[in-house]
Design a protein around this ligand. Structure first.
Ligand code: PGA
Length: 251
């Protein structure tokens, strides 16, 4: 049932000082082809505006890695979704497992952030995924279903929300699930989305966790995999573009 345009998203995490970030963005912009999969880069907050300037008219969207739930106020160190919109973002990642771990974010926080993104006109990329202990305990499908149920706002549609399945044990480890494991979880997410949303069949469900040029074709060919969320490999333009080139043509 997967048919939406494939999304290839780079999560730069806490990497990319100004010079590096603009150089990377320049290289991605240069290699981006109109008509291929949708490309997105998510740099750290301080370089968003500069990266936007570099991307200019290139077919590469800009996203951030987190946002606060409120519009403004006494929240030292936080950034509102509206501020991200102002500097040219069209996406924001919410509920990444590193945020859930480092900042103890729970599903209710993630949902509030996703709602804030929608309020600001941004598309949230809502991340879910099990830990190794949960997988070993055969809890994967239940854990992911729970995160999907409680992290995705009721106002979500296929056009305004993206889901990313990222098994925590596959992030930054070089380990990836088998295609059967990816297919199983994505099918469950699809079924849950279809049960809850009228257009659940059309939501984009990204896979994330140690995606690189050499495994992208195999992962992106899995049913219900509508793109990838890429950490480490997105820091090298060649590798990121190789992943994009491996995407099936569904535009
Ligand atoms: P990775 O990270 O590609 O470095 O495993 C993916 C992510 O955390 O989004």
């Amino acid at each position: 049932m997967s048919s939406p345009r494939v999304l290839i998203a780079g999560n730069w995490k806490m990497n990319g000082r100004l010079g590096e970030a603009t150089a990377l963005a320049q290289a991605v912009a240069k290699g981006a082809k109109a008509g291929g999969p949708e490309l997105l880069v998510c740099p750290p907050f301080p370089v968003l505006a500069s990266v936007k300037g570099v991307l200019a008219a290139a077919p590469v969207a800009l996203g951030a890695q987190d946002c606060h739930a409120k519009v403004s106020g006494a929240h030292t160190g936080d950034v509102a979704a509206e501020m991200l919109r102002d500097v040219g973002c069209s996406y924001v990642i919410v509920g990444h497992s590193e945020r859930r771990t480092d900042h103890e974010e729970i599903d209710a926080d993630v949902r509030a952030k996703a709602e804030a993104a929608l309020r600001a006109g941004l598309k949230p990329i809502v991340c879910v995924g099990e830990t190794l202990a949960q997988r070993d305990a055969a809890q994967t499908l239940g854990v992911v279903a729970d995160q999907i149920a409680h992290s995705i706002p009721d106002a979500a549609t296929a056009a305004n929300v993206v889901v990313a399945y990222e098994p925590v044990w596959a992030i930054g480890t070089g380990r990836t699930p088998t295609v059967e494991q990816v297919a199983e979880v994505h099918a469950k997410i699809r079924a849950d989305l279809e049960a809850r949303f009228a257009d659940g069949a059309s939501f984009r469900i990204l896979y994330g966790g140690s995606v690189k040029g050499s495994n992208a074709a195999e992962l992106l060919a899995v049913e219900n995999v509508d793109g990838a969320l890429i950490g480490g490999a997105s820091l090298k333009a060649d590798e990121f573009l190789a992943i994009a080139a491996a995407a099936p043509d569904r535009a």
